[in-house]
Design a binder for this molecule. Structure first.
Ligand code: PLP
Length: 464
């Protein structure tokens, strides 16, 4: 078999990565033009693989967004550290099925090791169950399935066998700022998203511990509480230590959505921000955001290994499987056949080491502060959040008076069109804001300075 297409892909990929820092960051095309170049008729006879790869790269390029480059600040996305991309390539070439030890002993053991490193890095219990899933969405689904098992088992109900028909009511309590993926996980688990108890948050979007305490006092029976470390807008972190103090004595399960914010726990300098996080029952985070591993890479950690296995393991003998000598991926996550996500995480953690991970996280936070300082030096610019992590919310006053919401949206579209950097908008507590997320491994001070200058330039222009 010829592997020429692989060589061609290697050249195209490395060429792309070498130049990604100099191209406009946003996509440079329209829906119509992408469709007209990509929607070719499905051929009756196949096309030469080299040519397919060549033309795929050529036709897709204008529609690619340069988040692999250093000046993409939209959402919390991150790029891919080269070692992670390299391991991801091997993952595809090896094509291992990570569901069972027997079909890939290497995948199983690499994930076992990566799991222990993840717990170690975050200061979570060594005995916890870990699964590698597509992203935080499925990580929360997995964790909340274990939570559902545990709180119902304590009430004498076997949810795996009997389902939710006739089950005791499970209360779900979460902050007003809980991420949309929590609600989807609740829907998928039959817990529903419409009847949850929402706890008020402060100006940074952090759950108010006092209000949680009041809410729990009014509830009786099986209860799951979802906290968040790292609000997608502000980076705000729920007071998880205090929250654990409140949930523990009540026997409520405490789940922590730390899609990006949990990485603060991996930095000695930032760990204080998430103090007490290790006292929760389950944690979820992404490898594909701040660790800069390619998609798809979500991680779930569950302290109660038995509840984890009860919810996820196949077959009735789950306890036996939980203690079995070899690790079968199928017993810890929702999928059977899947790629071995552990390879890229293993390679990245080993290459960065503890210090490298901490530096990656700390440097994004320092760059976010630098961004805020550069921008706020101009009087018409307002920063709406406390810049505790990598998030900056910015609002602009028009040079000659006028509506700040309208003008802030205008500045965002000017910046997107200009192309030096890319970032998006959000509505924060009723006000329009530009949202800057710094999470790329290759962003430097000079990228931040150039981007801040481009933003200030866009904000100083009166007309289009
Ligand atoms: C991104 C994010 C999620 C969802 O993560 P996916 O990897 O996209 O599934 C959930 N919670 C928070 C706080 C996030 O930032």
């Amino acid at each position: 078999m010829s592997v020429d297409a692989l060589r061609r892909a290697y050249d195209l990929a490395t060429e792309y990565l070498e130049h990604v820092g100099t191209r406009p960051v946003g996509a440079r095309t329209s829906l119509e033009s992408l469709r007209s170049s990509l929607a070719k008729p499905l051929p009756d006879d196949g096309v030469d693989p080299d040519r397919v790869i060549e033309e795929l790269a050529r036709d897709a390029e204008p529609g690619l967004v340069a988040n692999a480059g250093p000046r993409y600040f939209g959402f919390v996305i991150g790029g891919g550290v080269p070692v992670a991309v390299a391991a991801d390539w091997l993952t595809s070439a090896w094509n291992q099925c990570a569901g069972l030890y027997v079909v890939s002993p290497a995948a199983s053991v690499v994930e076992e090791v990566a799991a222990s490193w993840v717990c170690d890095l975050f200061g979570l219990p060594k005995s916890a169950g870990v699964a590698f899933v597509t992203g935080t969405q499925m990580a929360s689904f997995t964790a909340l399935a274990a939570a559902r098992h545990a709180v119902l088992a304590r009430a004498g109900w076997d949810v795996e066998a009997r389902g939710l028909f006739g089950a005791p009511r499970v209360h779900v309590v979460l902050g007003e700022e809980a991420h949309t993926t929590i609600f989807k996980a609740l829907r998928l688990l039959g817990l529903g998203s419409g009847d949850v108890v929402r706890v008020p948050v402060d100006r940074q979007g952090r759950m108010r511990a006092g209000a949680l305490s009041d809410a729990l006092r009014r509830l009786d029976g099986p209860t799951i509480v979802c906290a968040q470390v790292g609000n997608v807008n502000t980076g705000g972190i729920d007071p998880v230590g205090e929250i654990a103090e409140i949930t523990r004595p009540r026997g409520a399960w405490l789940h922590v959505d730390g899609a990006f914010g949990l990485w603060a726990a991996a930095s000695p300098a930032l760990r204080g921000l998430v103090a007490g996080v290790e006292r929760a029952d389950s944690w979820v985070t992404d490898g594909h955001k701040w660790l800069n591993v390619p998609y798809d890479s979500g991680i779930v950690v569950i302290a109660d290994r038995e509840s984890h296995a009860a919810a996820m393991a196949v077959g009735a003998s789950y306890l036996q499987r939980a203690e079995s000598e070899t690790r079968d991926g199928i017993d810890w996550g929702p999928e059977l056949s899947r790629r071995c996500r552990g390879f890229a995480i293993y390679a990245t953690l080993r290459s960065l080491g503890r210090r490298g991970v901490a530096e990656l996280i700390e440097s994004s936070c320092a760059l976010a502060r630098r961004f805020a300082e550069r921008l706020v030096a101009v009087p018409s610019v307002e920063i709406l959040n406390e810049v505790v992590l990598n998030q900056v919310l910015v609002r602009f006053a028009p040079p000659n008076g006028g509506d700040r919401d309208v003008f802030t949206r205008e500045v965002i579209s000017r910046v997107q069109a200009e192309g030096t950097c890319w970032l998006g908008g959000t509505t924060w507590q009723g006000r329009e804001a530009m949202r800057i997320s710094v999470s790329g491994w290759n962003t430097t001070e000079s990228d931040v300075d150039r981007s801040a200058a481009a933003i200030l330039d866009a904000a100083s222009r009166r007309d289009r």
